[in-house]
Design a protein around this ligand. Structure first.
Ligand code: SD4
Length: 334
């Protein structure tokens, strides 16, 4: 792929969406958002699901102010983490089957630096703890009580993440599921994964989740696993995943998407091929949802999923902040 430089970025093709993808809404776009700062491909923000719109807004503001891709990615997903109405991320996230909210998060910059926390309890912003792991330790991953102890040592305070609504739902689930089996179905998802490209052409990725609802205590999904839940490489692009984490891990999904882009595939095509790999490795694919989104270093974006109920939010200078419905392997009513 031809490198995008400051000299040639003016001639690049405007940000292109998959011809088949449907742009659905831009209701949450900020009409007063300042016009974009020019750069090689950026700024661009893309994130999973409807709650991505609000996350994109926050990330975009950072980029507009001249901030970098990493700060923008962290700032964006913190909005979702702090929203108790989002039942799949941060506070208000569904607990594990024992009624304990455990959070997974990872952050990565396009230069290759990364940090993550797994099964973290009591901390409102796991993404910021993941960033501290990246910046303040010699490690990439911290898990469980060790991650919590690290967060406290770094000055994070504790928060009760189990909201009344979430506790009520969990108790109902428990009463109705004496077998104590976590549900594996297409509804059990909605992680936020967010990718940024800044005006200097640097990429970043952030992914944060309360994980699969009513999972086994201690279960870790794809989201905090670098290469599975997210990946970023300034040479190529970035990708992130949503859906049934076990299926994403089996295919090393986000790394696969980036490597397919490295081979010359567009973001949408790379996501489609990665979904096909997931399907090949998961015979139960009809029962689960997996979706990928991708951002190439030239600013083009794309996504693809197994089932048609997935959408994602894209913010670009020319088109603002809007939802996109990607193609899916299983067609609507299929
Ligand atoms: C996981 N991938 O822990 C996450 C779940 C999720 O959208 O909500 N994804 O498996």
């Amino acid at each position: 792929m031809k490198p995008v430089t400051r000299r040639n970025f003016l001639h690049r093709v405007p940000v292109a969406l998959s011809a088949a993808a449907v742009v659905t809404a831009c209701a949450d776009s900020d009409p007063d958002a300042p016009s974009a700062v020019s750069g090689p491909g950026g700024p661009v923000v893309i994130s999973t699901w409807q709650h991505g719109l609000a996350a994109n807004e926050a990330a975009w503001k950072v980029l507009q102010a001249g901030g970098n891709a990493l700060d923008a990615a962290e700032t964006g997903v913190k909005i979702t983490e702090a929203d108790p109405e989002v039942s799949t991320v941060g506070i208000g996230g569904r607990p594990d089957r024992d009624g304990i909210v455990t959070l997974d998060a990872a952050i990565m910059d396009g230069a290759g630096d990364c940090g993550s926390v797994m099964a973290l309890q009591d901390i409102l912003h796991p993404i910021s703890v993941a960033r501290r792991v990246m910046e303040n330790t010699p490690h990439v991953m911290l898990a469980g009580e060790g991650a919590r102890q690290f967060a406290l040592a770094e000055g994070f305070t504790t928060t009760n993440l189990l909201t009344e609504e979430s506790e009520r739902e969990w108790k109902k689930w428990k009463a109705e599921n004496p077998g104590y089996r976590p549900p594996i179905n297409v509804e059990n998802h909605d992680t936020i994964g967010l990718l940024t490209l800044d005006q200097d052409g640097h990429l970043a990725a952030a992914c944060t989740t309360s994980g699969a609802a009513y999972k086994y205590h201690g279960r870790v999904g794809d989201s905090p696993i670098v290469g599975a839940g997210l990946y970023a490489d300034n040479e190529v692009g970035a990708a992130t995943a949503t859906g049934w984490g076990e299926a994403v891990v089996r295919a090393c999904g986000s790394f696969l998407v980036v490597e397919l882009m490295r081979q010359g595939h567009s973001p949408t095509e790379a996501c489609r091929l990665a979904v096909e790999r997931v399907i090949a490795k998961n015979p139960d694919y009809r029962e689960i949802q997996v979706g990928f989104i991708a951002l190439a270093k030239d600013g083009t974006t794309g996504g693809y999923c197994i089932h048609p109920d997935f959408d994602y939010a894209v913010y670009t200078a020319d088109a603002g902040n809007r939802m996109v419905v990607p193609d899916s392997k299983i067609p609507r009513n299929g």
